[in-house]
Design a protein around this ligand. Sequence first.
Ligand code: HEC
Length: 182
Amino acid sequence: MKNNTIKETLRITILIPTLVLSAACTQKSVEKRTSKVKANFNGIAIPENYKDWRVLSASHRLDLTSMRIILGNDIAIEASRSGQTNPWPNGTIIAKLVYKQKQEDNWPTAIAPNEEKFIHAEFMFKDSKRFAGNGTGWGWARWLGDKQVPYGDKNDINQSCIACHTPVKGKDWVYTTSIKLP
Ligand code: HEC
């Protein structure tokens, strides 16, 4: 009995520091991963987990021969599936990942994103209070290339985005219509 108690105490004294240590390491590696990408000039950080988001749609620009994958965070996906997209709810984040296009390796009449030529990732962040000042209720940010360099200039980070999205002002500034899933 006494032996068992000692064993148990030993087990716990070894186990607890190990758990704490591994939790600390996990925490550190997450911080390291997210802090690699610099925040944009307007103070917007790149969303930590956008690579895990789900697809809203895709598009293809004929003039720029590039392909775009449009993703949403959970709030965006839920809003799009329940048709609550005009306006999109606060907390929505929409991402657009842009690649140069290439011919599909094994099927010449198909095109696909060229995984070697990532152009940029850009995001719209809906927060009608925080971003009321720019007249859209969205925060706008873009990171360039594989190195994810913040794009823009501190005097004019939003204006080019907003100017080009003005034709869809009536659709809460969003071009994409989410694809319907059967
Ligand atoms: C030259 C015009 C133009 C500019 C400048 C522009 N956009 Fe867009 N954006 C579009 C068009 C057109 C689409 C939809 C078609 C597509 O996917 O390319 C779009 C789509 C998007 C989407 C996907 C959601 C949606 O509206 O369909 C995001 C996110 C986005 N843009 C963010 C930005 C950000 C951030 C900037 C500024 C850094 C920006 N855009 C600048 C034209 C523009």
